[in-house]
Design a protein around this ligand. Structure first.
Ligand code: ADP
Length: 169
């Protein structure tokens, strides 16, 4: 049985086995939560991202997939980088957003992580409406087969937290 928890705050301050990063496909860092994770986690994370890029993801990590690195100086063992879809009015990309959560849980299971923190993937620069993103995130993790015991959604501000709280019921 997996517990699902909502937390308001900065995901880089969480103590968990794995912190999920809403990365971009370059794996070379960016703004938002990605920038915060690299800033606080230190250069070891970027060094591993570069190595992964060179070895396996020359064309970038595809949208909806996930891959793990060290967590550097963060209070976690791993960072799991996943690439959310950019929101589109014309095309339903929900399955790709769900895939980010499923694939991240799959990576967490492969690593043996028992506690996991997710940001609200795609809801920043990628513009996914928060309520819909929350619905997809919660439905996906609730229906996943996983050995992860605790999933924490870490929402950066009060409005995001409230939207998730309404969806979780
Ligand atoms: P994306 O490109 O997937 O949209 P962003 O990093 O721009 O990723 O935003 C994803 C979500 O993460 C947004 O809701 C944003 O407010 C939130 N966010 C930004 N910084 C942090 C942080 N340090 N901790 C938790 N959430 C954060």
């Amino acid at each position: 049985m997996t517990g699902i928890l909502l937390v308001q705050g900065d995901i880089t301050h969480q103590s968990v086995d794995a912190i999920v990063n809403a990365a971009n496909s370059s794996l070379l860092g960016g703004g938002g939560v990605d920038g915060a994770i690299h800033r606080r986690g230190g250069p070891e994370i970027l060094a591993e991202c570069r190595a992964l890029r060179a070895a396996r993801y020359g064309r970038g990590l595809p949208t909806g997939q996930a891959v793990a690195t060290t967590a550097g100086r963060l209070d976690a063992r791993w960072v799991i980088h996943t690439v959310g879809p950019v929101f589109s009015e014309d095309e339903d990309r929900s399955e790709l957003l769900a895939s980010c959560y499923r694939e991240s849980l799959g990576v967490a299971d492969a690593l043996g992580a028992r506690t996991l923190a997710f940001p609200a993937i795609s809801t920043g620069v990628y513009r996914w409406p928060m309520a819909d993103a929350a619905r997809i995130a919660l439905e996906t993790v609730r229906s996943a087969e996983t050995a992860v015991e605790e999933i924490r959604f870490v929402l950066f501000d009060t409005p995001a937290y409230e939207v998730f709280a309404r969806q979780i019921g």
